[in-house]
Design a protein around this ligand. Structure first.
Ligand SMILES: C[S@@+](CC[C@H](N)C(=O)[O-])C[C@H]1O[C@@H](n2cnc3c(N)ncnc32)[C@H](O)[C@@H]1O
Length: 236
C-alpha cells in the first residue's frame, strides 16, 4: 500500500495510463470498404484522402459548413508560436494560422503526399505567406523538432494515420512542455453528421488512444463547431 501511495505521489497519472495493445495492430480480412483492414484499439483505420481530391478541401462553402473561422478563433493562437499543421493538405489551415502568429511565428506544414506539398507551396506563394515551412513526413514520423512545437493542429487526419501509435508518440515528443494538440474530428457520436463512419471519431476513442502516452492529458473538448469536436490534449 505504501509503495502504491509513493508511486501515485511521484507519478500522479500512473494509474490512469493504459498500456499500448500487444500486438499494436490487428489485421482483419472482413472490414469496412472505407478502411484499410488494420485496427488500432478497436477502431479501423481509414484510407488516406488522395491529393486528387484536394479541391474538396478548398471548396468555397467550407467555411460556412465547418465554421473554420470559429476553429481558428477557438485556437487562441499567439504571435510567435511554432505551430505544426499535420496532414496539412492544400494548406487551408496553414496560411490562416500563419497570419495569426506572424511576424515571428512559424507553421510547419507536414504531409506524406509530395503532391499536396507542391499545391500547398503554390497556395502560400499566391497568398504571399512566407512563414509556412513544408515538411515531407512519413506514415510514422512527422519529422518535427524535438520539444520545439507549441501547438499541433490535426484537422480530419488522425483517423487516417496508418501508424497512429508512432505518430502520436512522435507528436508528443515534438511538443514543448505545456504545448498542446488541437485534435479536430467529425463527431462519431452523432449519426446526423453526414460523413462516413471511419472518417469520424468519438471523444472517448480519442481519449483512449491518447491514454497510452502519460505525458498527454485531455484538457477540454470545445463543441462550438457544427459537425466536429475540437479536443485539446496538453503535454504536462
Ligand atoms: C482529409 S485531408 C485534411 C487536410 C487538412 N488538414 C484540411 O483539413 O484541410 C488529410 C491529409 O492528411 C494527410 N496524411 C495522412 N496521414 C498522414 C501522416 N501520417 N502524416 C502526415 N500527413 C498525413 C493526407 O495525405 C491528407 O492530405
Amino acid at each position: 500500500m505504501r509503495s502504491l501511495l509513493l508511486l501515485l505521489a511521484l507519478f500522479p497519472t500512473a494509474l490512469l495510463c493504459a498500456a499500448p495493445p500487444q500486438p499494436l495492430y490487428e489485421i482483419r480480412a472482413e472490414h469496412d470498404p472505407n478502411g484499410i483492414g488494420k485496427f488500432y484499439m478497436g477502431r479501423e483505420i481509414a484510407h488516406v484522402m488522395g491529393h486528387q481530391a484536394a479541391n474538396w478541401l478548398e471548396r468555397s462553402e467550407r467555411e460556412q459548413e465547418e465554421r473554420t473561422d470559429l476553429l481558428i478563433a477557438a485556437m487562441e493562437l499567439k504571435p510567435g508560436e511554432i505551430v505544426a499543421d499535420i496532414g496539412a493538405g492544400s494548406g487551408y489551415f496553414s496560411w490562416r494560422m500563419a497570419k495569426a502568429i506572424e511576424p515571428k511565428g512559424k507553421v510547419l506544414a507536414v504531409e506524406i503526399q509530395q503532391e499536396m506539398l507542391d499545391l500547398l507551396q503554390r497556395n502560400m506563394a499566391r497568398r504571399q505567406v512566407s512563414n509556412v515551412v513544408s515538411i515531407l513526413g512519413t506514415t510514422s514520423d512527422p519529422k518535427l523538432p524535438e520539444a520545439g512545437v507549441d501547438t499541433i493542429l490535426l484537422v480530419d487526419v488522425y483517423h487516417e494515420f496508418d501508424e497512429p501509435f508512432a505518430m502520436l508518440g512522435a507528436m508528443a515528443r515534438s511538443l514543448k512542455k505545456g504545448g498542446r494538440i488541437v485534435w479536430v474530428e467529425f463527431r462519431g457520436e452523432d449519426p446526423r453528421v453526414p460523413i462516413k463512419t471511419l472518417h469520424k471519431m468519438t471523444v472517448e476513442q480519442a481519449k483512449k488512444e491518447a491514454s497510452v502516452f502519460p505525458e498527454l492529458h485531455w484538457e477540454k473538448t470545445i463543441d462550438v463547431l457544427p459537425q466536429q469536436h475540437i479536443m485539446i490534449f496538453r503535454k504536462s
